[in-house]
Design a protein around this ligand. Structure first.
Ligand code: SF4
Length: 453
């Protein structure tokens, strides 16, 4: 027996509850965290009322995300009153940013940054012993490559695989390089192993995750390099029945090689999320995005030349520092020119410590930001509906994900373009199956259809 098998596991007999906020990276991180804690004997529970340890995986990307989490921590006071030994931990981006404030709040026992999850059993043990558990060290190497994440999703069809951590881009508005540290790529062979294990467990759709997946680069000591297109091809090779997606791409790094690899592999999904943030070159420079509107449109043209059926989605920010009506009009024009299938749209929210917070004035009044955001949302609703209407009468291969939310007599699934399709259930069709559906109706968010085969 190995020495570590003889040592007492601190978690035995204790239940762990994890609440996750923010992006897909955080969902993936929570799965890593649960895996680390289970190895230490903790049992994962979905019932907060029976938890001995509550961990909140946090997001700092916008002020309202942080405000929600502060509100939630406040609610935990009553759990703490009811259970004297309850341990509450804040992990992730907010922990990295607000360590002192969190510890002074009186509810929080543990503060752990995104690179400190391996240390969590020790931090919990410290909290149980009556002290604060704190580790907000950022690492140059940590990728959690050897950890087998515990899947917390419900459908057993879609899974995230984290392929890299951190970001080197320092977009002026973004807090991520400060909360998640420098870019590190994970060993590709551990990524492929994870994809294989997921496929064998019945998963059929994996999303390769990173802050900027296009700059993925693995350089082993004996020379050579695996870049992102190579990695996509390696994961796609696991099985033609495994769909491969990725997020997020930075337009400056989206290479012809990646487009060629995607076009040559039918199981790499026909969907690219390419955040534009603004349609104005003046704003793109101020945001330190390192590309122009013309470069961006050139990349989309290259994608559409090779994959005319590829869906394009984006992120847009309304009311960044110094944005004029003309800049805003450029964003609306870009949206029309591209005809986005979908978009994530936000008002600019100043984040302390970022380049914008240090050197620029957050000078667009709140009501102007709101009005511009509403115009962007209204236009995107129009574009999403037009995109879905173009699909009417066409047939798509759909990967079934399970029962539809509206009716147990209907199933739902996703096209390669990442659009949700609802259709009547039929005997023998279950989650994880591929079927062909003809689209007969749509709303701006959903396609409706009938099974063809
Ligand atoms: S690419 Fe820019 S927006 Fe994305 S995480 Fe990095 S700094 Fe933030």
């Amino acid at each position: 027996m190995k020495l570590e098998e003889l040592r007492p596991l601190v978690g035995v007999g204790r239940q762990l509850y994890v609440e996750t906020y923010g992006c897909q990276m955080n969902v993936s991180d929570s799965e890593i965290l649960v895996s680390i804690m289970q190895d230490e004997g903790y049992r994962y529970t979905e019932n907060i009322a029976e938890a001995d340890v509550i961990l909140v995986n946090t997001c700092s990307i916008r002020d309202n995300a942080e405000q929600r989490i502060w509100g939630r921590l406040n609610e935990f006071r009553r759990y703490k009153k009811a259970r004297k030994n309850l341990v509450v931990g804040v992990v992730g981006c907010m922990a990295e940013r607000l360590r002192e404030e969190l510890l002074n709040d009186g509810v929080v026992d543990i503060v752990a940054g995104p690179d400190a999850y391996r240390d969590m059993p020790r931090l919990v043990a410290m909290a149980i012993g009556g002290s604060h558990g704190v580790n907000v060290e950022l690492s140059q190497e940590e990728t959690y490559g050897d950890i087998r994440p515990v899947r917390l999703d419900k459908n057993g069809v879609n899974a995230f695989i984290s392929i890299m951590r951190g970001c080197n881009n320092f977009c002026a508005y973004c807090v991520v390089p400060y909360t998640r540290g420098r870019e590190r790529s994970r060993d590709p062979y551990t990524i492929v192993r994870e994809a294989k294990e997921l496929f064998e467990a019945g998963y059929r759709d994996v999303t390769l995750l990173g802050q900027n997946v296009n700059s993925y680069s693995w350089k082993p000591e004996d020379g050579g390099e695996v870049d992102f297109p190579d990695l996509v091809a390696m994961v796609a090779d696991v099985s033609p029945l495994l769909r491969v997606r990725f997020a997020t791409s930075h337009p400056k790094d989206l290479s012809d090689k990646l487009i060629d690899v995607m076009a040559s592999l039918p199981n790499v999904c026909r969907a690219v999320h390419l955040p534009a943030q603004s349609g104005s070159n003046r704003m793109l420079t101020a945001m330190n995005r390192k590309y122009t509107r013309e470069w961006y449109l050139g990349r989309l043209a290259a994608i559409r030349r090779k994959m005319p059926d590829c869906a394009i989605s984006t992120d847009l920010i309304a009311g960044f520092c110094g944005e004029t009506e003309e800049d805003h009009a450029q964003t609306l024009l870009l949206m029309r020119e591209v005809g986005y299938d979908s978009a994530y749209m936000f008002k600019y929210s100043q984040r302390p410590g970022t380049q914008a917070a240090r050197h620029m004035e957050d000078d667009i009044p709140e009501d102007v930001k709101t009005a511009r955001l509403n115009e962007i949302i209204e236009l995107q609703n129009e574009l999403s509906l037009a995109s879905n209407r173009r699909d009417m009468g066409k047939c798509f291969e759909v990967l079934v994900e399970g029962a539809s939310r509206r009716s147990c007599k209907q199933l739902c699934g996703r096209t390669s373009q990442n659009k949700m399709v609802v259709f009547d259930a039929a005997d023998g069709i279950k989650a994880g199956d591929y079927i062909v559906v003809k689209i007969t109706d749509c709303t701006l968010a959903t396609l409706f259809g009938e099974i063809v085969k």
